[in-house]
Ligand binder design. Structure first.
Ligand SMILES: [Zn+2]
Ligand SMILES: [Zn+2]
Length: 304
């Protein structure tokens, strides 16, 4: 019997990598995602061997589970300019090398944008870029391409786009991150048990369920098929508590980290919220703990 999932979240690493572990514990999280470089700038933050050692020691003592790095947002492996491609590659290689040093599972990446040209126009460049990343950052760290909501021709709006890249790269280190808010906004009805079964059968057909490495667990302010990216607190959006119950019961979602990237519940101290907060973590843990995991189904996807 596989273990149920870990409830984690994205936390700040400002003040040192190990601070992310402290913040995760304060927020009652069981797994961690962090930036190892400021997400809106190209310049990579330097991490000394002492920083790395401190992180590893504290992680070992903390009882925390998986550690994931989110790549900076500026990267676009499908960019049209050599300069931007060079910088994008540098950012992912750096994150992958830090992942290896701190013992993280891997790096979650927004692959980039084909800007409406379609995948065929950019596939060769993206595949070449990922080969370069694995050459320059050897080791075990996984690169997890994230599913996207569909703004601005984002690669990963449809499972077949990620499937096309993975099918060409053919590396055991290339996997995926499913963001529940993004995938829902992209039109996959993962908020009902039937819709979820169909979506995951389609995921299996294009990508393979074994290549689902990590979950971004976010409710959505945007309705099904709205193609925009606005996260909401667990249970307060269009996915809703029953939607997360369906996912918590689905065999494909077990045994991995579910990472919250939610705004947080507004309070007097934090009028705009301070997510991922203990309240969101406790909502997700309660869902996990009351739901019974279903047996894997043999149902085939309806073709689309
Ligand atoms: Zn992301
Ligand atoms: Zn998002």
């Amino acid at each position: 019997m596989a273990a149920k999932f870990q409830v984690g979240g994205h936390v700040s690493a400002s003040g040192g990598l190990y601070r992310a572990l402290e913040r995760a514990q304060e927020r009652e999280l069981e797994a961690v995602q962090l930036f190892v470089s400021a997400p809106q700038t190209w310049r990579a933050t330097k991490h000394t061997d002492a920083d790395v050692e401190k992180f590893r020691e504290m992680h070992a003592e903390s009882g925390l589970g998986e550690v994931w790095i989110h790549n900076i947002y500026l990267a676009n492996l499908a960019t049209e300019t050599d300069e931007q491609l060079e910088k994008s590659l540098g950012s992912v290689i750096n994150a992958m090398q830090v992942a290896e040093r701190i013992g993280a599972q891997g790096v979650v990446l927004h692959t980039g944008s084909h800007k409406g040209q379609g995948m065929e126009a950019v596939l060769e460049q993206v595949v070449g870029a990922i080969h370069t990343i694995f050459e320059q950052a050897p080791g075990d760290a996984v690169l997890a391409l994230e599913t996207m909501a569909g703004q601005g021709g984002a690669i990963g709006t449809y499972f077949e786009e990620l499937g096309a890249i993975i099918g060409e790269v053919k590396s055991p280190r290339l996997k995926t991150c499913l963001d529940t808010a993004h995938t829902f906004a992209a039109g996959y009805a993962i908020h009902t048990p039937e819709g979820l079964d169909d979506a995951m059968a389609e995921f299996d057909r294009h990508i393979g369920l074994d290549l689902l490495a990590v979950i971004h667990a976010n409710d959505s302010k945007i309705a099904l098929g709205g193609f925009r990216d606005r996260h909401e607190n667990i249970g307060d959006g269009h996915i809703g508590t029953s939607g997360f119950e369906a996912m918590a019961a689905h065999p494909a979602f077990q045994d991995k980290a579910w990472l919250l990237e939610v705004p947080g519940i507004a309070s007097e101290e934090h009028p705009k919220g301070d997510g991922p907060d203990p309240e969101n973590a406790s909502r997700l843990k309660a869902i996990r703990d009351r739901v019974t995991v279903k047996k894997p189904s043999k149902k085939k996807a309806a073709s689309r």
